[in-house]
Every structure is written in structure tokens, then in C-alpha cells.
Design a protein around this ligand. Structure first.
Ligand code: 5CA
Length: 440
């Protein structure tokens, strides 16, 4: 993409309404614009990151055996009356009436809808287990939307729902999601720590929140320091044969709790003083095992091996996809701007032409640009006639992993400059060598 043609409305000034770094940087880097309180339009740069996060979440869900479907955002109130949540959900639910005076709502989550779909389609224990997920916009009329996309009213969530014949099977499904979450966050460049959590309006008797540590996090967290460096299962993980329960136990064996669940006496007794960490965290995922709470209310039952009808055991598993964009920035930025992990970067390379209009520099840049694209590397080419200083600050602000800087002086000596945004390391090398480093 040529920057001269790209829709990238960067802001020079720091927006007054933004209180935390990620919100400021997302506005300044032209990633999002607020259209109403807690509701955002995703501009091209922001959308590219959102899609990259989605792709990693999707790959790891599929790998763990979950299957993607897509449910609508609008739901019928009657569905929610069956579970009893239409009344209990309160003001966070956006209620809508259609032209026939039918009561509808903009889904804040999908337990009712998926349970209803499943109940209408499955009769036998032979159709279990299943895990179905979608990546869809949700609406919660948060009383205090804030911190940009971190606590929005409209936000993108991955929500998965598991269906099992018995509690033992449901725990296996829970562990699959638990372990796949560890991998998902690691691939996003984050260290997310599972913590004992309250179940809130979703309900159930087992639940973990996944939090990343950040000063601007909304939750207080207390944890054993060793969790911060604990090894995450690698690419060779086998969801069918590996002992997922053992991995889950390894991660839940050390103390970690959010302030809602924190027990100071237990913390002090279980964690040696030098290993105690009290910090703040951002919740980037939440998983629940709630047994038959929805299946009983909504007649989601199957015939078991002995011929008797049994309600299905269920769990649900959420990841805050749009919140992750902000969370990754909170975890990875400096005073100059965002530092994208390679896995989610909107472009891998920013190519800077230091003297647009100079025939030799233009030709060298055009050649590099074409070679990168031919190699399948995403590149944003700054071919504008801004001054060099402004070009450098924009590139630092938008945080692409590599900057390739090309100017007449370097070209005379047969070199370009390659800068790594994360390490700040710079190298003056030939264009060929730079391309080889980037393309790998
Ligand atoms: N049905 C369950 C799991 S599928 C559920 O809704 N869980 S949740 O309420 O914990 O939400 C899942 C994730 O969505 C949270 O961990 C959080 O990362 C994200 N999330 C929740 N509320 C918001 C919000 N207002 N803005 C942005 N992200 C949010």
C-alpha cells in the first residue's frame, strides 16, 4: 500500500479525551474513531490489526477442535425469557422493538441462542461432544464505557460453547479451551495468566479469567511470580493425546486471583514473600463451566447410552477480540508510539522514501516495494513528500516491526537503512541484504 493513497488520518495532537496510552495511540495512529459513546468505527489500520488477531484466535480454536459458525447480533427476547435472563440482565442489555412490536435485543452474549440451536438439532449422545464458536459483535450498555476499545459498548468477542454428555467430558472440553487460550495469547505476543474468577451473570461453578499485567488494568490481581515465566505449550502440542488436565493443573496450582476472589490469608500462606506479586491486570478472556444451567431451562437434552434423556453439560469461553487491540498496545509501546508484535502488525514493513521526486530514490523504492509484495510481505510505502522527520515519527507512531529507509546519500554508497522498531537496532546494508533479512 502506498501511503499517498492510504486512509491514515494520524493526529499530531494528543486527544484530550483519552486517559490511557492505548486509547491515545489508537486515535493518534488513525486506527479508530468514536462514533457514539463506547462505539467505534475501525479505520483501515485498526481493522488490519483486528483481523490479524481474529485469524490467530480462529486458528487456535480450530486446532483445539472447536468449529466456527456465525450467529446474528439481534436476538429474540423470548429466547432469553426461557433462561430467565431477560429480566435479570438489567440495563446492560440493549432492548429493541421491531415494527411488529416484537421484543428483540442486541446480543450481549449467546448462551441462549446456541443452546436453542443445539437443542433443536441434536438427539443422541453420539452427537457429543461438540464445541461451536463464533466471532461476532456484542453490545453491552456499559454504564461507564471508557479507555477506548477496552471497555466499549459495542465490541468484538469470540465466544465458544461446549456440549458434553457428562461432567467428566465437560471438564475435558474446559481444559482444551484453557490450554488453547494459553497458546492464543502467547501467539499474540502476550503473557496472559489464568486466575480464579467470579462467574457473574453467566453463572456456573468453575471459571477462569485470563489477564495480562498492565498498570492501566481495571482489576487488581495477586499472583505467584513464577506464573509470569511459566512455559506455554508449544506448536507440538497435541490436543488429542497430550495430558491437558496436567497442563491446566500446572497453571492453576500456583496462587492467582483477581481482587473479587482474592483471599489475603491464603495468598500469604501459599506464596513465599519474595514471590508475591500484587499488580493490575486487563481481562482478555473468560471461561466458564456451568453444567446444565441453560440446557435444563431450554430442554437441551440427549438420549444417553442407557436410553434415558439427560440434559447436556455446557461451558462457554470468551475472548475479547477488540479489547485485545488495546491490550496489546498497553503491553507494547514506548514514548514514540506503538510497537506491534510481528504476528498482528498491520503491515510488516514501513518503506520510507527520504526524497520523493528524486529519480534514483523513487526507482530504488519502487523496486524494493515490488519485491516485498511479490514475496507476500505486507508493506506500507511512504511515497509522500512530507519531510523526513515527519515520516520517521509517523512510522514510529504506527509501530510496524521493520522500517526500511531509502535515501540518495545511502544509495550512492550502495546501502539502505533497516531499523527494527522493537529493539531500535539499525543497520546500513545493501537493499538485497535488507530484503533477505525481512523476507527470511
Ligand atoms: N459468554 C461468556 C463467555 S463466551 C461471556 O460473555 N464472557 S465475558 O462476559 O467475560 O466476556 C468475554 C470477554 O469479552 C471478556 O473477557 C473481555 O475480554 C471481553 N469484554 C467484555 N466486556 C467488554 C467490553 N465492554 N468491551 C470490550 N471487551 C469486553
Amino acid at each position: 500500500m502506498r501511503l499517498s493513497q492510504y486512509f491514515l488520518p494520524v493526529l499530531k495532537e494528543t486527544p484530550a479525551e483519552a486517559q490511557i496510552a492505548s486509547h491515545r495511540l489508537m486515535l493518534r495512529a488513525g486506527m479508530v474513531r468514536q462514533t457514539s459513546a463506547g462505539i467505534y468505527a475501525w479505520l483501515p489500520l485498526g481493522l488490519a490489526v483486528l483481523r490479524n488477531i481474529e485469524a490467530i484466535v480462529r486458528e487456535e480454536q480450530n486446532r483445539a477442535g472447536a468449529q466456527e459458525l456465525l450467529m446474528p447480533t439481534l436476538q429474540s427476547a423470548d429466547l432469553w425469557r426461557k433462561s430467565g435472563r431477560y429480566d435479570s440482565y438489567g440495563k446492560e442489555m440493549l432492548r429493541i422493538t421491531d415494527r411488529h412490536e416484537r421484543e428483540m435485543l442486541y446480543g450481549p452474549t449467546n448462551e441462549e441462542m446456541i443452546t436453542d440451536i443445539f437443542a433443536g438439532s441434536v438427539r443422541s449422545y453420539r452427537d457429543l461432544p461438540r464445541n461451536l464458536y463464533h466471532i461476532q459483535w456484542k453490545f453491552r450498555d456499559e454504564i461507564r464505557p471508557r479507555f477506548g476499545v477496552m471497555r466499549g459498548r459495542e465490541f468484538l468477542m469470540k465466544d465458544a460453547y461446549s456440549f458434553d454428555l457428562d461432567v467428566e467430558g465437560a471438564r475435558r472440553s474446559y481444559n482444551r479451551m484453557f490450554v488453547s487460550y494459553l497458546r492464543t495469547y502467547a501467539r499474540l505476543g502476550l503473557r496472559a495468566i489464568p486466575m480464579a474468577a467470579d462467574t457473574g451473570p453467566i453463572g456456573g461453578d468453575m471459571s477462569h479469567e485470563f489477564l495480562i499485567l498492565a498498570e492501566t488494568g481495571e482489576s487488581g490481581v495477586f499472583l505467584h511470580r513464577d506464573l509470569i515465566d511459566m512455559a506455554v505449550p508449544g506448536d507440538d502440542l497435541n490436543f488429542e493425546t497430550d495430558d491437558l488436565a496436567a497442563i491446566q493443573q500446572q497453571w492453576t496450582g500456583l496462587y492467582a486471583a483477581t481482587d473479587e476472589k482474592h483471599d489475603e490469608a491464603r495468598f500469604n500462606a501459599e506464596v513465599p514473600e519474595e514471590k508475591r506479586v500484587a499488580a493490575r491486570g486487563i481481562e482478555v478472556g473468560h471461561i466458564f463451566f456451568f453444567g446444565t444451567k441453560y440446557s435444563e431451562a431450554m430442554a437441551c437434552q440427549v438420549t444417553g447410552p442407557d436410553g434415558a434423556l439427560v440434559p447436556v453439560q455446557m461451558g462457554s469461553y470468551g475472548i475479547g477480540v477488540s479489547r485485545l487491540v488495546g491490550a496489546i498496545i498497553e503491553a507494547s509501546h514506548d514514548e514514540n508510539g506503538i510497537i506491534w508484535p510481528e504476528s498482528v502488525a498491520p503491515f510488516r514493513v514501513g518503506l520510507i522514501n527520504l526524497k520523493t521526486g528524486d529519480a534514483e530514490t523513487d526507482a530504488a523504492c519502487a523496486d524494493i516495494y515490488q519485491k516485498l509484495m511479490n514475496a507476500g510481505v505486507t508493506v506500507l510505502y511512504d511515497d509522500t513528500d512530507e519531510r523526513a522527520g515527519a515520516k520517521f515519527s509517523t512510522m514510529d507512531l504506527i509501530g510496524l516491526p521493520w522500517q526500511l529507509i531509502v535515501g540518495p546519500r545511502g544509495l550512492k554508497n550502495g546501502v539502505v537503512e533497516l531499523k527494527n522498531r522493537a529493539s531500535g537496532e539499525r543497520a546500513e546494508i545493501s537493499a538485497e541484504a535488507a530484503l533477505a533479512r525481512i523476507i527470511g
